[in-house]
Structures are given as structure tokens and as C-alpha cells.
Design a protein around this ligand. Structure first.
Ligand SMILES: Nc1ncnc2c1ncn2[C@@H]1O[C@H](COP(=O)(O)OP(=O)(O)O)[C@@H](O)[C@H]1O
Ligand SMILES: [Mg+2]
Length: 218
């Protein structure tokens, strides 16, 4: 507990990058974490496997059907402090199933008109889940891959704020170090240099904010 998912039917908005960095960050804080990759492309499963070592040995599951998600995630969650789900592009039925088993839903949105719209599609699915589950999952949107200094970012934040869900105050910017991290079989937390540590600081802030969304229920 809790199960936290990154969902948005739009591809390329950084679901896999966020999931992988978040699971790495949670593990570095001493939590037991499982990653569930629900995308047939298996980006986060491949990424986490590539980083596997004696000191980073977390389980990864690839679940690509609604039945598998509904049947297996509750059991996986019983065995870990955190479960991080990397949502699929496109397939709404799978996203629906993910939202039925998640405690926290995070929607990364790229700051362009079309991408913000796909964020609102995800919001619709979240609202449906919350209706049948008496308010769960807790949900928030955040801006990802924003280009520094553009007005698009401010406009996008204004549109996101109108969708009726909290928008996290941390914005993840478009950064070369983040784009390079998959190829380096690492996260920005593991990469050296000033550029990577700037990105690590941004992610650290985002993940701390995410942690405030889930009040400990025990
Ligand atoms: N903040 C960022 N800065 C630069 N590139 C990014 C950032 N976040 C993601 N990317 C790149 O964008 C592409 C899509 O990201 P990905 O996490 O695979 O998205 P999704 O899982 O939503 O399809 C990848 O090539 C990734 O390296
Ligand atoms: Mg992905």
C-alpha cells in the first residue's frame, strides 16, 4: 500500500519516465516497491531490468489486460510498501481497470493543446472510478516536458487548473538529461553532473508533493 499509477492515454507525456524515476526514488528512501508495467511496449519494465543490481532489486510485473490488473494488483500490493503502475497509451479499458485498483492517480500532461485534451480524457475516467469507489483514487495532474520560458506553460497550467483536480505545483521541464536517462540505463538520480542533479532536484520536489496526496490510513 498504496498503489500509485501514472495514467494518460496520450503517448509520450512521460508516464514511463515518471514511473521509473518514482520507483527508483521510493526505493532510495528505503521503501519496498513493485513496478507494474501495463504498456505492451514495456518501457519501464525494460528500464528497471536494465538498472537491476544487488542494491536495486525490485520486482517488475507486466500486466497488459484488465483481468490481470484486477486480479493481481491487490495481491502484489499486499506484499509491498508501494506499487507504482505505468499506464498504457490508448487503451481506455486497461486504464479503467488500473483506476479501480489504485489509491492515487497521477496524470502527467505535456503543455500543448492536444495533450491537455488527452489529460481531460484521463480525468473523465478518473471521475468514473471515483463515482463507483466513493471518491477513490485520489488524483492530481502535473505538467511534464514543459519548455522553460514559454508562455505555453502558463497557458497549460491555467487550462489544467480548470479541469477540477489539483495541479501539482512542481513542473517537470523538458531536459536533455531526462531524455538521455533511458539510454544510459539509469535515472537522473544515478547520473553525474550538474544537468542531471538539476533534474533530480525537480523530481525530488515532485515526488515529495505526490507523497502528500496519500494520507497514511493506518
Ligand atoms: N522531462 C523530460 N525531458 C526530456 N525528455 C523527456 C522528459 N520526459 C520524458 N521524455 C522523453 O519523452 C519520450 C516519451 O516519454 P515516456 O516516459 O516514454 O512517455 P509515455 O510513457 O507517456 O509514452 C521518451 O523519449 C522520454 O525519454
Ligand atoms: Mg510508456
Amino acid at each position: 500500500m498504496p498503489v500509485e499509477c501514472f495514467v494518460n492515454q496520450k503517448g509520450g507525456c512521460s508516464k514511463s519516465t515518471s514511473s521509473t524515476h518514482y520507483s527508483r526514488w521510493l526505493h532510495s528512501k528505503g521503501h519496498s516497491v513493485a513496478v507494474i508495467d501495463c504498456d505492451a511496449q514495456k518501457s519501464s519494465a525494460i528500464w528497471v531490468e536494465a538498472m537491476r543490481s544487488d542494491s536495486f532489486d525490485i520486482p517488475v510485473f507486466t500486466l497488459t489486460t484488465p483481468d490481470d490488473v484486477l486480479e493481481q494488483v491487490p495481491d502484489i500490493s499486499d506484499q509491498h510498501d508501494y506499487v507504482v503502475i505505468d499506464g498504457p497509451g490508448g487503451i481506455s479499458e486497461l486504464t479503467r481497470a488500473i483506476l479501480l485498483v489504485s489509491d492515487v492517480a497521477l496524470v502527467p500532461c505535456q503543455p500543448s493543446g492536444l495533450d491537455i485534451r488527452s489529460g481531460s480524457d484521463a480525468v473523465r475516467l478518473i471521475k468514473q472510478a471515483q463515482k463507483v469507489r466513493q471518491g477513490e483514487p485520489v488524483a492530481a495532474l502535473f505538467l511534464s516536458r514543459a519548455v522553460k520560458g514559454t508562455t505555453l506553460k502558463d497557458e497549460a497550467l491555467a487550462v489544467l487548473n480548470e479541469l477540477g483536480y489539483p495541479v501539482l505545483s512542481t513542473v517537470i521541464h523538458q531536459r536533455q538529461a531526462i531524455a538521455d536517462s533511458f539510454g544510459q540505463q539509469a535515472t537522473v538520480f544515478d547520473m553525474g553532473g550538474r544537468a542531471a542533479s538539476d533534474c533530480a532536484r525537480e523530481y525530488d520536489k515532485l515526488f515529495k508533493e505526490i507523497q502528500t496526496l496519500w494520507p497514511a490510513k493506518s
